[in-house]
Design a protein around this ligand. Structure first.
Ligand code: AMP
Ligand code: ZN
Length: 483
């Protein structure tokens, strides 16, 4: 597998550090329902995990929930997002966290994303955070201000390297309230003190004062505890590069002197109708909003996977419709293969004219006789499947993989593997027509032969209520999914 590594800005061949590939994903801040922009990254990382597993790697994966300490800006300014969410909803931060963790897991499952081995909640690691701050302090990397314990970035000369930051232009104290005592502009809080009178429900005593961990620390301590550094792959959004991941790396360096991760993989942002996703534009669509407009989570996943994770993608409802049609088309190709394989059981060798008609339904690239050749179930990868896997193994190029699938002949066995790779419920959402409905398809044929078109139409309508339609070909009818 080749991955574009943000640390080196190069496409690199993935070489695991040990027998188990250790992966960490920065998870959501659980103060609001995830919008479709938030969800894109988890879809891409699921593909990464599935591709590794299909390539026989053992994977251990940890993902966190940020339920404390992520301030409204990614730096140390503004309110804690969790406290803000609690105020908005008239609930406690704990209730807000519970609620949005549940909703996130629901979305995660609806998208058929494989669960990490560990879901790590930031507030379950406070003791480890405190240990980590103590270690950083003992190693000479921190100093205390009235506002908290700060990381002295001048003690880590490589601080700006990861994000290629130019630190010379930053002036200390220019941006941050309560930070007159900050020594360098890039210094950041590893622990924040709660000021007397400040409302902050989540609080822990440290250094004889109430406080809470700085946002980045949770990821460093969770990785240290659950995976142990260095890990193989760390994933996140491009927005994480200049602050969050830069600070995670610095913290691990100060805690243990060790590297945090070998490969860093970041996905680009999506826009909606050419605009940034924002509450004020009313385009923070959740999966439920899509479903109200008739689109399933799988349609959305199809949309995400039809582009590359590093490309800035523009979401429109037209493009979502195209993704839905593509998935329907794939499921109908599976339906045709079911019909071909069940017919072949009854009339071997299957080489009648019917194959030609079915091939026409399948589309121009699919020549009947060759479909039969590839409809075998020998357990091995067909050439197409190998090419699809190659595309994914080349920096997760799902766009190229999808184009190959569109333009290739595939067996049922191939489709099963494609489903395993992409998690698109292609097989699960493609049931074989029931015997009763199959009987209706046959009855419709009889009615048509007897020129009883009224009955034939009636049957077509009846099939439609079950989500099926019939396509007439010169060699007979084939059933298809309507949606
Ligand atoms: P938050 O929970 O608000 O911290 O957001 C979680 C993560 O979602 C962000 O850090 C980004 O990596 C990702 N994200 C937010 N907006 C978008 C977007 N428009 N497209 C892709 N990813 C996004
Ligand atoms: Zn993180």
């Amino acid at each position: 597998m080749k991955l574009y590594n943000t640390a080196t800005r190069k496409l690199e061949t993935f070489k695991p550090l040990s027998g188990v590939v250790k992966i960490y994903t920065c998870g959501p801040t659980v103060y609001a329902r995830a919008h479709i922009g938030n969800l894109t990254s988890y879809i891409y990382w699921d593909l990464l995990i599935r591709a590794l597993k299909i390539s026989d790697y053992k994977v251990k994966r940890v993902m966190n929930f940020t339920d404390v300490g992520h301030l409204v800006s990614d730096a140390d300014e503004g309110e804690d997002k969790m406290e803000k969410g609690a105020k908005r909803e008239g609930k406690t931060v704990f209730e807000v966290a519970e609620h949005y963790i549940d909703l996130f897991k629901k979305d995660y499952t609806a998208l058929e994303l494989q669960e990490p081995d560990v879901w790590a909640r930031a507030t379950d690691y406070i003791a480890e955070d405190i240990e980590a701050v103590n270690a950083m302090t003992a190693n000479g990397f921190t100093y205390e201000t009235a506002d908290g314990v700060y990381y002295d970035t001048s003690k880590f000369p490589e601080y700006g390297d990861f994000a290629r930051l130019d630190l010379s232009g930053l002036k200390a104290g220019a941006r941050i309230e309560f930070s007159d005592e900050k020594r360098n502009a890039s210094d950041f809080a590893v622990w924040k003190f709660i000021k007397p009178g400040e409302k902050h429900e989540m609080r822990w005593d440290y250094l004889n004062r109430p406080g809470y961990p700085g946002w980045h620390l949770e990821c460093a301590t969770i990785i240290h505890k659950e995976l142990s550094e260095p890990i193989d792959i760390h994933t996140g959004g491009v927005d994480h590069i200049p602050v969050h991941h830069t600070n995670e790396i610095a913290e691990m360096h100060a805690m243990t002197g060790r590297e945090l991760a070998k490969y860093w993989v970041h996905c680009a942002f999506i826009t909606i109708d050419g605009e940034k996703i924002s509450k004020s534009l009313g385009n923070t669509y959740s999966l439920d909003d899509l479903s109200e407009r008739g689109f399933s989570p799988m349609d959305y996943k199809m949309w995400v996977l039809s582009g590359h994770y590093q490309g800035t993608r523009n979401f429109t409802f037209e493009s979502l419709e195209a993704a839905r049609n593509r998935r329907l088309n794939w499921r109908n190709r599976i339906a045709l293969l079911y019909q071909l394989s069940s017919e072949s059981e009854h009339s071997a060798p299957f080489s009648s004219g019917r194959s030609g008609a079915l091939a026409r339904v399948l589309g121009p690239s699919e020549k009947g006789s060759r479909i039969f050749a590839s409809a075998r179930d020998d357990g091995g990868n067909s050439m197409v499947l190998t090419q699809v896997l190659d595309a994914i193994n080349n920096n997760l190029n799902s766009a190229e993989a999808f184009a190959l699938i569109d333009n290739s002949e595939l067996s049922l066995d191939d489709w099963g593997k494609i489903d395993e790779l992409f998690g698109l419920r292609l097989i699960a959402d493609s049931p074989i027509i029931s015997e009763e409905l199959q009987a209706l398809v046959s009855e419709r044929e009889t009615a048509r032969a007897a020129k009883n078109y009224a009955r034939a139409d009636e049957i077509r309508d009846e099939l439609a209520t079950h989500g099926f339609t019939v396509k007439d070909t010169s060699d007979g009818p084939v059933w298809q999914y309507l949606h």
